[in-house]
Write a protein that binds this ligand. Structure first.
Ligand code: ZN
Length: 254
């Protein structure tokens, strides 16, 4: 049993040169490596349940998340997850339109093709969970309270309506939150993810969960390291701000 667990964050699974891109071939080989190394996925709510009950996480378990709802999640990641029986949570930015049809796509972010509601429903029927990621992907810390409530509450309602299932998980756009947004999220969801780099433990706050951005796993040897005892140390070192790291001259340079 383990005292920590990684929640991995991916965005787009494509070959572009962008911080939110993750190469499809590295995703495929990385997941194969983790599966063959004994890693299994836990649902986000299952992980939060372990935290709440203060019981250790199963050894070699991880939670997989995708932010924003890019089409490449369906095209590139979903078949790989299916092959290995892996679960994941996809956080959707849904736009303002309350009624959605299967052919409708999510509003475009970052000039990329987005998931259609038909694809979202197909993934839901095959073990993928969906969470809310607001209506328009704003920085919630810059909005008046009523607008924060609408971004959070309405996005949850739209997904629940489209998928006929409760939506219990949220991810803050850009990982950014303040006291007000966290409080509104707490009233609406069982848990919420940030982009603070760390592994979750029994001491994590369910409404500001730490994650490991796939940016820190973007080559094959980094996936190899997830299979070693060095992994928690790697995450810890990477979470130290760059200037402090440089002062001590340790950790990968970039
Ligand atoms: Zn996002």
């Amino acid at each position: 049993m383990a005292a920590w667990l990684p929640i991995l964050t991916f965005h787009a699974i494509d070959g572009r040169r962008s911080v939110i891109s993750f190469a499809p071939e590295v995703f495929r080989s990385g997941m194969t490596k983790l599966f063959e190394g004994g890693y299994r996925t836990l649902g986000l709510l299952e992980a939060v349940d372990c935290m709440r009950r203060d019981i250790p996480f199963p050894d070699r378990s991880m939670v997989i998340t995708f932010d924003d709802g890019f089409h490449s999640v369906y095209q590139e990641a979903f078949p790989v997850l299916q092959r290995y029986g892996m679960s994941a949570t996809v956080f959707l930015t849904v736009g303002e339109k309350a009624v959605v049809k299967a052919a409708d796509r999510l509003p475009s972010l970052d000039m990329r093709p987005m998931l259609s509601w038909g694809e979202i429903q197909e993934m839901q029927q095959n073990g993928i969970a969906f969470g809310a990621h607001t209506l328009t992907h704003p920085d919630l810390t810059h909005l008046p309270t009523e607008r924060i409530e609408a971004e959070i509450g309405k996005s949850k309602a739209i997904i629940e309506d489209a998928l006929s299932t409760p939506v219990a998980c949220f991810a803050y756009p850009y990982g950014r939150f303040d006291y007000r947004s966290r409080e509104i999220v707490r009233q609406n969801f069982a848990c919420a993810c940030t982009d603070r780099l760390a592994l979750i433990t029994a001491h994590s706050d369910p409404h500001s969960l730490e994650r490991v951005d796939a940016f820190y796993l973007r080559s094959n040897w980094l996936f190899d390291m997830m299979l070693t005892d060095l992994f928690p140390w790697y995450v810890k070192v990477r979470s130290i701000p760059h200037h402090i790291r440089r002062a001590f001259q340790f950790g990968p340079k970039r």
